[in-house]
Design a protein around this ligand. Sequence first.
Ligand code: HEC
Length: 151
Amino acid sequence: MCCCLTKHLPQGGTITKIILSLGFLLFSTWLAIAAEKTGDRNSTMRGKYIVEHVAMCVQCHTPRDQTGQLLLSRYLEGAPVPVKAPANLRVEWALKAPAIVGLPGYTREDGIRLLMEGITPDGTMPKAPMPPFRFIRADAEAVVDYLKSLS
Ligand code: HEC
């Protein structure tokens, strides 16, 4: 039966090959999408790590209670700058660090530029003590994607 089928339908092998190739293609697409999703998650986790433990954004952009502990219920919602400008430092000194949850007013590219070049969307530089960051692109993307994921 099987032999007869192949005899009468010489293209049978070709069809099987096409079906197998399509299946393989679908499977590899699925694998690629799954890998990309894991990559995104890893990058966002890396962003959180940089915000909390490396660039320390959390230390300036989260308010504190009277004992100086960070108020995590108001995580990255903006805070007064707790220290005055050193007397001999002739730079403009900010009184407040703004909310950065979701990076309001910033597109993804704006955020990346701020972290890579230290320039805001209106072309100015933030006042001290906001550090003039020089992130590499992958880290800037990770931080921006993490902050955007919080809104
Ligand atoms: C040492 C304190 C400090 C640290 C650390 C810090 N910031 Fe800031 N940041 C500030 C202050 C103060 C301002 C307000 C500057 C101003 O008013 O010009 C600010 C401003 C900003 C702004 C708004 C800039 C604008 O004017 O559009 C963004 C966005 C921002 N910070 C993001 C971050 C991120 C992201 C991190 C970590 C990668 C970070 N900051 C780390 C103190 C800090």
